[in-house]
Design a binder for this molecule. Structure first.
Ligand SMILES: [Mn+2]
Length: 429
């Protein structure tokens, strides 16, 4: 039997306050969609089946280069983190998997499995870390990891990834995500080709150890922590890597890892067209890799990304990209941010499902520019909240995410058990 971190009676009592209004809103939206030839129940079914993984590190309070401001009741270890993830899953009913980060979440794999199964949670992709030095590690990643000039450092980074695969095998993960901080800070510091060659050789060694039913995701990032160049700089480089490695290799798109104003939805289309789109790290940004809550800055862009995904899904039934949130919460309760983000990703998906695909295609073929773009705007402007809320209600989640979470007093309760973390500065001041 599935355990719950929040007493279901709290969820029921909160839902009872909103249910009548929700049913009225749902019926009203259903009527309006019916006039557009759309069945609201069919959309709701698809939304209900949508899942997005929560990253274990997302439930902790992050920091900036300047400072970190700890919140009350912060998770002490991966087991506390799994409990926080269970809260998000219980209320949103949209996040039934957790993505682990090694070595941060290193623990007895059997205990990890048990902890997750209490809440009927599964494990999504394993994330390796060769951008920081772990305690007791022999070689340093100061000057790179998988592409380092030093062979022993490269070997250590390869072996770390192999360890992540081993842990993942035990807990039922089916994917490894590799993001590296390798790059250079000064022109002339590295030879681009040599560095990339080393990276490819290391990546091939990891790929060789990948089980047949696994995928490897590589994630590109334009800059940071290296500021002059990064090895996996852009989607083109990422595509080359996926091609070089083989059929189990796919590209991961993190919405914050591009230059400002880059047309990310078009990158999505290109990668998918050639069978190499593996999945997403959802977040939002204004200036760079801000890791803000998904949908909080540019919800239209999120919708446009999903418009491409639904378009591909319509043409290819075997298309199943991995969805994960990848955010850093410095000044909000991470559980609240992650719940709203999961819901906003779901919202973009629901809106994209409302696009009149046939009408759009006709308008495109007729060069009816404004008709075409209006098809997108009409879908985007539809308030699909009743669909999301009804899906949650029917699955045992919360109609009002924030209200129910706050009424449960979960944060106050765990703050009594989990000791306060001292504030600290990090990086430059
Ligand atoms: Mn990411």
């Amino acid at each position: 039997m599935t355990e719950h971190m929040i007493d279901p009676s709290v969820v029921e009592a909160e839902n009872a306050r909103h249910e009548a209004n929700l049913r009225t809103d749902y019926d009203s939206l259903g009527e309006r969609l019916d006039r557009r030839g759309i069945s609201i129940d069919a959309i709701k079914q698809k939304v209900a089946a949508f899942n997005i993984a929560v990253p274990s590190w997302g439930v902790g309070t992050g920091g900036t280069r300047f400072a970190r401001f700890p919140g009350p009741g912060e998770p002490r270890d991966i087991f506390d983190k799994i409990e926080d993830c269970a809260v998000i899953a219980q209320l949103t009913q949209a996040t039934n998997t957790v993505s682990l980060h090694i070595p941060w979440d290193k623990a007895d794999p059997n205990r990890l499995k048990q902890a997750a199964s209490r809440f009927n949670l599964g494990f999504d992709a394993m994330n390796s870390n060769t951008f920081a030095d772990a305690k007791g590690q022999i070689q340093s990643y100061k000057y790179g990891s998988l592409s380092a000039a030093d062979a022993a450092t490269r070997q250590q980074a390869i072996e770390h990834n192999l360890e992540c695969i081993e842990i993942g095998k035990t807990i039922g993960s089916k994917a490894l995500t590799v993001w590296i901080g390798d790059g250079s800070n000064f022109p002339g510091q590295v030879n681009f080709a040599t560095q990339f060659e080393r990276y490819l050789d290391s990546a091939k060694a990891i790929y060789a150890a990948l089980p047949d039913d696994w995928r490897i995701y590589t994630e590109h990032k334009m800059y940071e922590p290296a500021f002059y160049s990064t090895v996996v700089q852009d989607w083109g480089t990422n595509y080359i890597i996926a091609q070089e490695l083989g059929e189990k290799a796919f590209c991961l798109v993190d919405l914050g890892h591009h230059a400002p104003n880059v047309n990310i939805e078009m990158i999505v289309s290109r990668l998918a067209q050639f069978g190499k789109l593996g999945g997403f790290h959802f977040n939002d940004s204004k200036y760079g890799d801000d890791d803000l809550d998904a949908g909080s800055i540019d919800p239209y862009r999120l919708f446009l990304v999903f418009n491409e995904l639904v378009d591909i899904e319509t043409r290819d039934a075997d298309f199943h990209p991995a969805h994960m949130l990848d955010q850093s919460h410095n000044v909000t309760d991470p559980i609240e941010s992650l719940m709203l983000s999961a819901s906003d990703v779901q919202r973009a998906y629901a809106q994209a499902l409302l696009v009149d695909r046939k009408g759009l295609l006709e308008a495109q073929d007729d060069n009816s520019l404004l008709t075409a773009t209006q098809h997108l705007r009409t879908a985007f402007r539809t308030d699909v909240e009743p669909i999301l809320a009804m899906s949650r209600l029917e699955k045992g989640g919360a109609i009002d995410l924030l209200g129910t979470y706050r009424a449960s007093k979960y944060r106050q309760k765990v703050a009594e058990i989990r000791p306060a973390v001292e504030a600290g500065s990090s990086g430059i001041v």
